[in-house]
Write a protein that binds this ligand. Structure first.
Ligand code: S3P
Length: 172
């Protein structure tokens, strides 16, 4: 099975995926990177040239591929850091819950906003947004996505436990 890290942009999916992969000695894949490899260009370009719908189709197909490649029903076989929107399209949340364990990293809006202020350049959905506009956008989008995120098997709220704390949650 796959450990799927989900959550809003800036929630720490890449950070924790790297740590979990090293500690558990499991391969780590990043869904956005797989999409970029397959499409031969970056996420921003895919959104602007081929559109979000195309991006979501490729995202779903690659997710399906990962879920079937690591199909041991019990053992942890790989870590996948997803994109912020992955759970909300094409029944991806059900697919992930059926093939592994989903972990929702759920920092509050002000933490997301401060991280994304520093690091928004690559993200097409955030293009041009800053300050109050960025914070309002995050708040509305997070509320709209909550229904999917809440289906996660493990929910990590702030303050985030230690790496071992997260691993303990995974083992439950
Ligand atoms: C998206 C989040 C991004 C990337 C794309 C769309 C989203 O991933 O998949 O820009 O819809 O929230 P990160 O969460 O890794 O930034």
């Amino acid at each position: 099975m796959v450990i799927y890290l989900i959550g809003f942009m800036g929630s720490g999916k890449t950070f924790w995926a790297e740590k979990l992969s090293a500690r558990l000695n499991l391969p780590w894949f990043d869904l956005d990177k797989l999409i970029e490899e397959q499409e031969g260009t970056d996420v921003r370009e895919i959104f602007s040239v081929k559109g979000e719908e195309h991006f979501r189709q490729v995202e779903h197909a690659l997710l399906k591929g990962i879920s079937t490649s690591f199909n041991d029903p019990v053992g942890m076989q790989a870590i996948l850091s997803c994109g912020g929107g992955t759970p909300c399209f094409h029944d991806n949340m059900d697919l992930m819950n059926a093939s592994g364990k989903t972990v929702w990293l759920n920092p509050p809006v002000h933490i997301l906003a401060s991280r994304l202020t520093r690091d928004s350049g690559e993200r097409p959905l955030l293009a041009g947004k800053k300050g109050e506009e960025l914070e309002n956008f995050i708040s509305l989008k997070l509320d709209a996505r909550r229904t999917w995120y809440e289906k996660a098997g493990v929910i990590i709220n702030e303050p985030v436990p230690s790496l071992q704390g997260i691993i303990n949650e995974l083992a439950k």
